[in-house]
Design a protein around this ligand. Sequence first.
Ligand SMILES: Nc1ncnc2c1ncn2[C@@H]1O[C@H](COP(=O)(O)OP(=O)(O)OP(=O)(O)O)[C@@H](O)[C@H]1O
Length: 229
Amino acid sequence: MANPALTLQDVRFRWPGRASFGISVPEFRLDRGESVLLLGESGSGKSTLLSLVCGIVTADAGRVDLAGTDLATLRAGARDRFRAERIGVIFQQFNLLPYASVSDNILLPLKFAPERRKRSEAGDAAKLCAALGLSSDIVEAKAGRLSVGQQQRVAVARALIGQPPLIVADEPTSALDAAAQDAFLGLLFDQIAAAGSSLLMVSHDERLGARFDRVVRLADIASVERQAA
Ligand SMILES: Nc1ncnc2c1ncn2[C@@H]1O[C@H](COP(=O)(O)OP(=O)(O)OP(=O)(O)O)[C@@H](O)[C@H]1O
């Protein structure tokens, strides 16, 4: 397929510091509309890889291309704006603003992304909440007062608002039991299908694989190097 959602080519990255961790990814590709679950043990480098994909850190060598743009060609500020326009990120700890309302948390990425803002309409935050099973009375509640499961759904709504072409999710189901995980993934996949977005999710939990187009083991696409201090 021409112009995939994401490609990594001969990527190498090492965290700075004496006891550092390095990762090399010769090749990885995510097609438009495709969902991939990336599996790896704790500490294997999954979050590091997502940071490279999102341009939160930049590769020491090689190319990370998002919809045809090499992230290394963008300066830091431009990379942040590009990320806000193109990627909905669901962080492991959700990263919600506890004193802001649910709706302000959901609308936050649009502040930095005018194109994404144009794609969203008034009432989208409330619509996403309803689609994700959040009752309408919590839309104006402070995010810090919600249960973990509710916060998780708000984090998903924030990633989906304005239909970014790529959703990146870091272990978003780790706090849920098996039944809740399945329900949560069902809602997430319905929303992603409706928006036509690609999904890259990382986890250590093999049981999540059934819903994804492809399951990839980090060890099969990447090699890592740990240096003792
Ligand atoms: N900001 C950072 N600075 C220095 N080293 C880091 C940083 N973030 C992660 N690392 C190191 O990179 C290695 C891989 O960590 P990473 O968080 O990518 O793994 P993971 O597979 O996502 O783990 P988990 O499943 O536990 O979240 C670890 O050795 C970690 O100490």
